[in-house]
Design a protein around this ligand. Structure first.
Ligand SMILES: NC(=O)c1ccc[n+]([C@@H]2O[C@H](COP(=O)([O-])OP(=O)(O)OC[C@H]3O[C@@H](n4cnc5c(N)ncnc54)[C@H](O)[C@@H]3O)[C@@H](O)[C@H]2O)c1
Length: 309
């Protein structure tokens, strides 16, 4: 197989930790580009020890560093980002990392002539959906600097496609969950909060009426979609990556009560929520990537609870 090397920004993070083993199994070598503000050093150390992965510890805000490190790479996965909650608290930092960072990576990828760039976009580009399931051609209404940068990132990819023939796919991830996720992850933090409380014998505390829903997609399934996007024949489109199933928070609470095995009822706490319902239309993921989620939410949540030991 010809030398295939992935330049992987944010490669020290949660989703990357599940994606990198799939890449090395398929014969890619991986150059992680991560400033390690949220990276998992132990996990990255294990990857580097295989001899197939290297770490460049640097910041996507520095275009020169990106341009230098991307040299010799045939593929790009761009994940480096600051999270949605940090983007609300500090829009300046968010715009800097997410907008300038996106541009540095896309411009460098175009200049290097890489074969494919996969960008981690987000379901949050839709804002409050008008209908379910959410389709890629639905109107976009990003509400925070993080979401705005994801949408702008998709637009910028279009620019480098037109100007330099850059081949890209933007994956609009829905609510990713699974082992190794940080406790404070914005949407999915609810899973960890519920599990922590249940393990202490306390009831889950539900924001609002528990009617708000999410489309929980397991990180193992999602990582497969990332690799498919790197290799698909069709390109230059956004693609939803979810399951198509909206799970209400009240349902999630019940699932986790069963998974942990405690005899409690959820408690309710009135509060406004940013996006109330989510479910992905995944027709395009099926057609273009030949991808199908395989882990039902009940099974994924049970496995997550078991991974806590
Ligand atoms: N987890 C989800 O539910 C979800 C949903 C939608 C989209 N996404 C997107 O998927 C991607 C990966 O998410 P994740 O959950 O693995 O996130 P994560 O926070 O675990 O990983 C992000 C990585 O980026 C690195 N990073 C941050 N700022 C950087 C900078 N300035 N320069 C270089 N590296 C920097 C961090 O150190 C970290 O290792 C992100 O782009 C995220 O926006 C995630």
């Amino acid at each position: 197989m010809p030398d295939r090397r992935v330049f992987f920004t944010g490669g020290g993070g949660f989703i990357a930790a599940h994606t990198i083993p799939l890449l090395t199994e398929r014969g890619y070598s991986v150059r992680i580009f991560d400033n390690m503000t949220r990276g998992d050093r132990d996990r990255v150390g294990e990857f580097v020890a295989t001899g197939k992965v290297e770490l460049v510890e640097a910041d996507v805000r520095y275009g020169g560093a990106v341009r230098e490190a991307i040299r010799g790479c045939t593929h790009v996965i761009h994940f480096a980002t600051v999270s949605i909650n940090k983007s609300i608290a500090d829009p300046h930092e968010s715009i800097d990392i997410n907008m300038t960072g996106n541009h540095n990576v896309f411009a460098a990828a175009a200049a290097e002539g890489v074969q494919r760039l996969v960008f981690a976009s987000s379901a949050s580009v839709y804002g409050e959906p008008r209908k379910l399931p959410m389709h890629e051609d639905d109107p976009l209404n990003p509400l925070t600097p993080y979401c705005i940068s994801k949408r702008a990132g998709e637009d910028l990819l279009g620019f480098y496609q037109r100007r330099s023939g850059l081949s890209w796919i933007a994956l609009r991830f829905f609510n990713v969950y699974g082992p190794g996720q940080r406790i404070e992850a914005y949407y999915t933090s609810v899973i960890n909060h519920f599990i922590q409380r249940l393990r202490a014998g306390r009831p889950p505390l539900i924001d609002g009426k528990g009617e708000q829903s999410m489309d929980f997609v397991h990180v193992t399934d999602l990582a497969k979609a990332v690799v498919r996007a790197l290799e698909s024949e069709r390109d230059c489109v956004p693609i939803n990556i979810g399951t198509g199933i909206d799970t209400s928070i009240a349902t999630l609470a019940k699932l986790l009560i069963d998974a942990v095995g405690v005899d409690v009822e959820p408690e309710f706490n009135p509060r406004d929520v940013l996006v109330s319902r989510r479910a992905a239309d995944i027709t395009r993921a099926r057609e273009i990537l030949g991808w199908e989620p395989e882990i039902p939410v009940e099974q994924g949540m049970r496995a997550l609870v078991e991974s806590y030991g």
